[in-house]
Ligand binder design. Structure first.
Ligand code: HEM
Length: 398
């Protein structure tokens, strides 16, 4: 049953009808049942900003060690060492610290000229053509090239990786396919890792192969090949689909707000804040899942240890209790921490790169076009509970 405005409140994260516009259901959840329970899939949901942000920071209670994607927790999958998204301290902190050492915001920002070059290569063929697909022609291309460049993966092979990833993302809802959404298919990277081990370069894969760290047992060691593989697939998987979605939402929201789009075109210094507002307004990764480590009292109910809790960060971003007039899209809004990159110990490690890519993409689009309309008849949405956004978003360019 898909009731979103009637008397019964029902939220199904796998129901495409609800997902097309989940905001009315999420509003009702925030107002009527801030602690919601879905009987069918057996998960709880926190939809208010205050609750979601508190739970995201309380890792002792809300744990990621069985996965932080609803389908992954339900599928009971073995988590490989190094998959920090699905780890708890102390292991998470050790692995994250190592990854953070090689994947620094400084290194991300130094990529700007490359990101511009990749973006220009996506956009230039469409100058004068009158049409352009924000997702297929840019969103699905540029982030893959960027992370591929960082890792040292040849461009000729990046397309195949990206296709595989997109296929696993459009796969079954209630299956472990979703695991591949963040891990891609790691076998694709094995050859590169072996080859790079014998041919060191100045890329991130080489750094991962040579970095030393102290593990949980106090031993100073290098990462195993499997751990490097996990890192590489995590970076490739976690970073691409989400950034693809961000670029899609950028095209969609600015088509719907032509005055704000023209203002941006006239003053591109507004672009960084516009990207933050786009991230707040349409979170590309709308739901984070956890398992509950101890009994918790919330809104007069006991959430038993062992339950699955979902934290609806996209709903939290539209909570009027935190963001005044939250359903209003405003590129000038002063944003007091949206939750689109999560919060707490799992805060997105690629946020600096995602922001850079979003900013450069919009800046380069506006350099070429300030007018566009979405070809709605041919636009299609695509999602799992992990990502929400557009698969195809063709536009008529003015
Ligand atoms: C974690 C969103 C881009 C790498 C996360 C989390 C969110 C998120 C919500 C937290 C998950 C949780 O709490 O369970 C996004 C969005 C992006 C984006 C919306 C783009 C708009 C990227 C990029 C990379 C990346 C470009 C790297 C190339 C990671 C990693 C983690 C993570 C490694 C795990 C951090 C940890 O568990 O400590 N991201 N992300 N993300 N993200 Fe991103």
């Amino acid at each position: 049953m898909t009731v979103s405005g009637g008397s019964e409140l029902y939220y199904d994260p796998f129901d495409f009808e609800i997902d097309t516009d989940p905001y009315p259901v999420w509003r009702r959840m925030r107002d009527e049942q801030p602690l919601y329970y879905n009987e069918l899939y057996k998960f709880y949901a926190l939809s208010r900003y205050e609750d979601a942000s508190a739970a995201l920071t309380d890792w002792q209670t809300y744990r990621s060690g069985r996965g932080s994607i609803l389908e992954v927790i339900r599928a009971n999958i073995d988590i490989p060492s190094g998959m920090i998204l699905f780890e708890d301290p102390p292991r998470h902190d050790l692995h994250r610290a190592l990854l953070a050492r090689v994947f620094t915001p400084k290194k991300m920002l130094a990529l700007e000229p490359k990101v511009r070059e990749f973006t220009a290569r996506c956009l230039d063929p469409f100058v004068g053509s009158g049409t352009f697909d924000f997702v297929a022609d840019l969103g699905a291309q540029m982030p893959m090239r960027t992370i591929g460049y960082l890792l040292g993966i040849p461009e000729s092979d990046q397309e195949a990786i990206r296709d595989r990833q997109a296929r696993s993302l459009t796969g079954g809802q209630e299956s472990a396919d979703l695991y591949q959404a963040v891990t891609v298919d790691s076998s694709m990277f094995v050859d590169y890792i072996d080859w790079r081990a014998n041919n060191p370069s100045d890329d991130l894969m080489t750094e991962l192969l040579t970095a030393e760290f102290t593990d949980e047992t106090g031993t100073l060691r290098k990462l195993t090949r499997d751990e490097v593989l996990t890192y590489v697939t995590l970076l490739s998987g976690a970073g691409n689909e989400t950034t693809t979605r961000l670029i899609g939402w950028t095209g969609k929201l600015l088509a719907e707000h032509p005055d704000q789009r023209r203002e941006l075109a006239a003053d591109r210094s507004l672009v960084p804040n516009a990207i933050e507002e786009i991230l707040r307004y349409e979170a590309p990764s709308p739901i984070q899942a956890r398992y509950v480590a101890r009994d918790v009292e919330l809104y007069g109910q006991t959430v038993p240890a062992g339950s699955i809790m979902t934290l609806l960060n996209a709903s939290a971003n539209r909570d009027d209790r935190h963001f005044p007039d939250a359903d209003h899209f405003d590129i000038h809004r002063r944003i007091d921490r949206h939750l689109s990159f999560g919060y707490g110990i799992h805060f997105c490690l690629g946020a600096a790169l995602a922001r850079l890519e979003g900013r450069v993409a919009l800046d380069e689009i506006l350099r070429r076009w300030s007018e566009w309309e979405i070809d709605s008849e041919n636009a299609t949405m695509d999602r799992t509970s992990t990502t929400r956004g557009w698969r195809r978003l063709p536009a008529f360019l003015g």
